[in-house]
Design a protein around this ligand. Sequence first.
Ligand SMILES: CC(C)(COP(=O)(O)OP(=O)(O)OC[C@H]1O[C@@H](n2cnc3c(N)ncnc32)[C@H](O)[C@@H]1OP(=O)(O)O)[C@@H](O)C(=O)NCCC(=O)NCCS
Length: 140
Amino acid sequence: MEKIALRDIDNNDWDFILDLRNSSFEFFYKQNIPLEKTEHYEYMKRQSINSKFHHWIITLDDNSVGYIRILENDVGIMIKKDYQNMGIASKALQLVEIKAKELGISKLVALVVKDNESSKKIFEQNDYNLKMFWLEKQIS
Ligand SMILES: CC(C)(COP(=O)(O)OP(=O)(O)OC[C@H]1O[C@@H](n2cnc3c(N)ncnc32)[C@H](O)[C@@H]1OP(=O)(O)O)[C@@H](O)C(=O)NCCC(=O)NCCS
């Protein structure tokens, strides 16, 4: 059985995280174009001093295959395309709950774009309850 784990991040992982962000942004609410490296690095620098930001690389047998972060209570996950649908995100979510508890976080929230079936499924499978519908209208 291959081993899924979370490891700490250092600055050498920032490009890996950027690649993940830019290969899956169609599922993000706020990002709708690829992110420039400078913008990403500024974001990572800013978050590295944010006490409410926690993140890890997801590994499969020591290979980096994904990324998971908690911002305040909001949990976000990205898995490399070649490794999707193997149960990795679901396992990473279970591992991050252990980390969150150690950090004193008592509740996690997932914001999932409407048509992101895969994301919806991992949170439902891990006992996250639907609490809100988000409706919006472009008016100008
Ligand atoms: C969402 C994401 C993290 C899931 O990662 P993953 O490792 O593939 O997830 P898992 O394999 O643990 O589970 C995915 C589940 O969704 C199911 N699934 C995949 N596509 C689906 C679809 N179109 N409709 C319904 N279910 C679907 C899979 O069969 C699997 O369910 P199963 O465990 O019952 O077989 C990954 O697809 C990803 O990185 N997407 C891009 C970034 C993103 O959207 N992140 C979420 C933001 S919170």
